[in-house]
Every structure is written in C-alpha cells, then in structure tokens.
Design a binder for this molecule. Structure first.
Ligand SMILES: Cc1cc2nc3c(=O)[nH]c(=O)nc-3n(C[C@H](O)[C@H](O)[C@H](O)COP(=O)(O)O)c2cc1C
Length: 185
C-alpha cells in the first residue's frame, strides 16, 4: 500500500476476530514500532503480546482490579471486565519505560511510545490487520500494572487490540486543513 494512502485512510477497527496476525506480520509490526522517532536513541518502550490463555488472564487481572476498587461489584460488571480482552485474538501492551537523561524529559519519551504505537497501527493497516488503540481505567490501575510486570516508573500507554477486521471500515472525510493550520511569520 502506498504510504500516503495508508496515512490518509487508516481507521480503527473495533470488531476483530480470528485469526490474529501471523508471525511474519508481527515481525513487520514490531520492526515498524522500533523505527519510532526516539530522542537520544533511549529506546524508551517495550511491548507485551498477549493471546489465547493470556487474554483470559488479562481479563482476570481487570476483574480483580475492578473488585479492589469496588468490592460489591455486580456479577454482570465482573463478567464485562473478564471479557474485555476477548474482543480480539491478540492484544499488544505498549509500555513506556522512561530513562533518566539530561536532555530528554519524560514527555518526549511518552511521545516516542505514542509514535511507536502509531507505527503499529499503520503497519497493521498496510497489511490488512485490524487494530484499535485502547486504554481506559485499567491501563492506569496499579493492580493491572503490577500483574503485567511493569515497574513503578513505567507507564502503560496502550492496549492495542489486533485481529482480522470484521465489517467494513468506516470512511471518514479528510478534515479541513485550514481549521488546524496557520502560517506564522
Ligand atoms: C491514547 C489513546 C487511548 C485511547 N483509548 C481508547 C479507549 O479506551 N476506548 C476507545 O473506544 N477508544 C480509545 N481511543 C480512541 C481510538 O483508538 C480511536 O482513535 C478513535 O476511536 C478514533 O477512531 P479512528 O482511529 O478510526 O480515527 C484511544 C486513543 C488514544 C490515542
């Protein structure tokens, strides 16, 4: 796919089914992520892939975290948390691991993690793999972070749901450039 076509047409695909990305596609996806712009080459990111039984375990982490916050959580709500990660055959967890550096503040390292994530979304789009970037309260919950092995200093910047897209991609008009862009002199 031509790069500008990919950039202009990428959309999130919320309905994702089996199969997930192949090993070859995953390699292409992560090679794209690892080419994110990165001030001082700190490589301030790492990734987890979660599939199959791992998705059930992630759902359990979500449910346990929610129950910690609200011990009287209804059975229905609990089931919702358990089922959240099952919305796709694979979830990539994007983690920003900020490094101490005299010239590179944490915000720049977070931006680099965001750029890596956008590269993942674009690589997926280019190969016909459906993807959607999600966070929500679970991304910031200490129980979920600890269960996934994040250090205190690390930031979970996204759960990227991946799979075969179901349904047709929404078509969005390009936004009006002049609403967002001005010349400054
Ligand atoms: C950091 C970040 C977190 C997001 N978290 C969620 C989320 O938890 N749930 C959700 O429905 N959309 C979330 N989104 C938005 C979707 O990923 C998507 O960008 C949005 O629905 C617009 O769709 P589009 O990507 O097709 O333009 C998030 C986006 C970003 C950048």
């Amino acid at each position: 796919m031509e790069i500008l076509t990919a950039l202009h047409n990428r959309v999130s695909m919320p309905r994702l089914v089996e199969p997930g990305p192949s090993d070859e596609q995953l390699t292409a996806i992560f090679q794209a992520a690892l080419r994110a712009p990165d001030h001082a080459m700190l490589k301030p990111w790492r990734f987890l892939t979660i599939q199959e039984e791992g998705l059930n375990k992630l759902g359990q982490l979500f449910a346990d975290a929610a129950r910690q916050d609200q011990p009287d959580l209804s059975e229905e709500a609990l089931q919702k948390y358990l089922g959240m990660p099952l919305r796709a055959p694979m979830v990539i967890v994007v983690i920003c691991s900020p490094k101490e550096h005299p010239k590179v503040p944490e915000v720049e390292q977070l931006l680099s993690a965001g750029a890596a994530t956008q590269n993942i979304l674009l690589a997926c789009h280019g190969m016909g793999v459906g993807a959607m970037w999600r966070t929500g309260a679970m991304a910031y919950h200490p129980h979920v972070k600890a269960g996934l092995g994040l250090a205190e200093s690390e930031i979970l910047t996204g759960f990227i749901y991946l799979g075969t897209p179901q349904g047709t991609a929404k078509r969005l008009p390009l936004l009006t450039q002049s609403d967002f862009v001005r010349e400054w002199s």
